[in-house]
Ligand binder design. Structure first.
Ligand SMILES: [Zn+2]
Length: 94
């Protein structure tokens, strides 16, 4: 068995020309049972539950409303956000 190393790395491009800034569509999940997940339920104005100083905007996987704006993906591992617009539970996968 021979395998060559050092080929060009496969980089999936998703048509976002602006470097550094990304929009990630979150994944809609079924409502988690109580006390099994950290769920962010936002009730203020607009749909953005949290804003930060990162470069990633996460939008609802169902309706596309922004839920987390300018965040860092490392801050939001394994978190569930309830979309205020369509009441979908969205999971941060990254
Ligand atoms: Zn939504």
């Amino acid at each position: 068995m021979t395998r060559k190393k050092g080929g060009p790395p496969a980089r999936p491009q998703q048509g976002t020309p602006t470097p550094g800034r990304r929009t990630i569509r979150m994944m809609v999940i079924p409502p988690p049972p109580n006390n099994t997940r950290s769920v962010i339920v936002y009730t203020g104005p607009g749909t953005v539950a949290m804003r930060g100083s990162g470069n990633v905007t996460m939008v609802c996987g169902n309706c596309g409303s922004p839920l987390l704006e300018n965040v860092k993906t490392s801050q939001f591992r394994n978190l569930v956000v309830l979309c205020k617009n369509c009441s979908s539970f969205n999971e941060t996968l990254i």
